[in-house]
Ligand binder design. Structure first.
Ligand code: RUB
Length: 308
């Protein structure tokens, strides 16, 4: 698949979910580097920088995307030859993809440890990190069940219930607005993340913050399952995370909307859950309270200001 194909598939949400977007972006850069004709170091770097911009322009919220791109292209401007730069991109892309898959395994172990035999878990959207922990708990022989939300307007919940069903996990599928109704029946909420900010807030699929509110009211814990490359280093320097707004037609068909001149559709696809609603974040570096996000960014990831 060409870099343009991958970019288009990320934009149209054919490739979606922060982790998958990151791995596919790294693979696209690796394959793009391999496909470029030999033309000298500076032209190679120029082409890779263009590829970087094409990928970054696809979706604005999932920080996994710029982090994956930065990690994959780290140091290419210091390479001595075009061949060294090409090999570096390939090596770093493969290492990123491998580390990303290994991270999911560690996160699954930590998250599953928090799920007790007999628990009912609520999850939202379709997060591979959150699902990894739920599936691991089932594999450990725990008798668990799940409430999975529908996730308007894209219906990512249908992907989630398919996966849960494939693992024979008893699941109740509910509309997004039924979350508070069922919260008393839930023991634990587990969601993924598109971004974690320096103050420990979590950006995830729209509706996550309402679920967090209902969970807090009912005194149920909320765990976020997130690889450390979902932590947003730019927030250490004061930047905000841009919340993606998508087309009105995803919510209401254009032919209906055009008959309603006083109506406009708002379609932000992510929201922000503040740190005080989150019990812990399960990462491959261990379980951390959200308030320690800075430590992950500074000490574990070691981002330098000039890289961001
Ligand atoms: C997906 C979403 C997921 C996170 C984490 O949104 O909000 O919860 O990306 O997913 P969209 P994962 O469908 O708009 O991409 O744990 O798989 O990285």
């Amino acid at each position: 698949m060409s870099l343009m194909d991958t970019a288009e598939r990320i934009k149209s949400m054919d490739i979606r979910g922060a982790g998958k977007i990151a791995r596919e972006a790294a693979a696209a850069l690796r394959d793009h580097a391999a496909s470029l004709p030999k033309s000298g170091l500076s032209l190679f770097i120029g082409e890779m920088k263009k590829a970087e911009q094409i990928l970054l322009a696809t979706r604005p919220t999932a920080v996994s995307l710029p982090n994956a791109v930065r990690i994959t292209l780290r140091g290419i401007t210091d390479a001595e030859t075009e061949e060294d730069a090409r090999l570096l991109v390939q090596k770093q892309a493969d290492a990123f993809i491998q580390a990303s898959n290994a991270a999911l395994d560690k996160i699954a172990e930590i998250t599953a440890a928090r799920i007790r035999d007999g628990d009912t878990v609520m999850t939202h959207c379709n997060s591979s990190a959150a699902l990894a922990g739920i599936i691991r708990a089932k594999e450990q022989g725990k008798d668990i069940s799940v409430f999975a939300t529908e996730v308007r307007p894209w219906n990512q919940g249908r992907l989630t219930i398919k996966t849960l069903n494939d693992h024979a996990i008893p699941t109740s599928f509910i509309v997004d607005s039924a979350v508070r109704t069922f919260m008393p029946d839930v023991d634990l909420v587990i969601v993924g993340a598109d971004a974690v900010t320096v103050n420990g807030a979590v950006v995830n699929k729209i509706g996550t913050s309402q679920i967090a509110l209902a969970a807090k009211e009912a005194r149920k814990n909320l765990i976020v399952a997130a690889e450390t490359y979902k932590f947003a280093p730019q927030t250490m320097f004061g930047s905000f995370i841009e919340i993606e707004d998508r087309s009105s037609s995803e919510v209401l068909p254009d032919e209906i909307l055009k008959t309603l001149p006083y109506v406009k559709v708002r379609n932000p696809v992510f929201d922000v859950t503040p740190a005080e609603y989150i019990d812990l974040i399960a990462t491959e570096a261990g379980a951390i309270p959200p308030q320690l996000a800075y430590i992950i960014m500074k000490e574990h990831l070691g981002w330098k200001p000039e890289e961001i």
